[in-house]
Ligand binder design. Structure first.
Ligand SMILES: [Zn+2]
Length: 243
């Protein structure tokens, strides 16, 4: 069995992307002192990589740890772990297609988790939101007196079930979680989920909203998931985050 050091050494490019993703998400105001981003190990699908418990804007390469799909870190004595690491472990276990996960409390999204107004795509770069963005209701899984956090694998599994095959799940009274096929893809979706929420609320104040049709959303999502499109915005964000 590989050691944590071997697993980190064989995933250097992903480790670098993760460090950049933490800083980008902070610069883009998706995360503040809270929130986290992870990536599945590129060679070992039963492992994922994520920082120790730390504010995302200050994450460095030495903070990245290896985790198992039970949510526990491997060979990390003395390191403090994110309470909500089970969001990541449960999604990687449930969704073989997912290679990266972003969990945040980005503010514009919150109203769509606590009202009956669905989050729907209002512009082309947000087409990935599709026809229906699911909302996770923690009361249905754990009763009326939780602190809203995903503190166990069982809660992570319940949340992953609500996510289903979607790219994003809203978490009532808490935040949201976006997934993708790469770190850049998940970061893109997290950033533009927040952008769409802000624009949708603005549009609704003006009058009835003309949303993207499901076919428009699908076509736009395919265009924007193309590697050359993603790379353009990712490289820009990355250079900004390093400055
Ligand atoms: Zn949270």
């Amino acid at each position: 069995m590989s050691t944590a050091n071997d697993l980190l050494a064989s995933a250097q490019a992903v480790v670098e992307d993760l460090v950049a993703a933490n800083r980008i998400l902070y610069r883009q105001k998706v995360v503040d002192g809270f929130g986290h981003v992870s990536a599945r190990h590129p060679l070992d699908p039963e492992r994922f990589l994520m920082s120790q418990s730390k504010a995302p804007g200050s994450v460095e390469r030495s903070d990245i740890l290896v985790y198992g799909l039970d949510g526990e870190a491997i060979e990390a004595p003395g390191r403090r772990l994110y309470l909500e690491r089970y969001i990541h472990s449960a999604i990687y276990a449930a969704r073989p297609d997912v290679m990266a996960v972003v969990h945040s409390h980005s503010p514009a999204v919150i109203p769509f988790g606590v009202t009956d107004v669905p989050l729907r795509p209002v512009m082309h770069v947000c087409g990935f939101l599709g026809e229906h963005v699911p909302v996770f209701e923690i009361r249905a899984a754990a009763g009326p007196a939780t602190d809203l956090l995903i503190r166990s694998q069982a809660l992570g599994i319940a949340m992953a079930r609500a996510l289903g095959t979607a790219p994003v799940v809203l978490m009532r009274g808490h935040g949201s979680t976006a997934v993708g096929t790469s770190v850049a893809h998940a970061v893109y979706r997290a950033v533009y989920t927040e952008v769409n929420a802000r624009l949708q609320a603005d549009a609704m104040r003006l009058g009835p909203v003309n949303f993207l049709t499901p076919d428009e959303a699908l076509a736009a999502a395919e265009t924007n998931a193309a590697p050359n499109v993603l790379t353009r915005i990712w490289d820009l964000w990355k250079s900004e985050a390093q400055s």
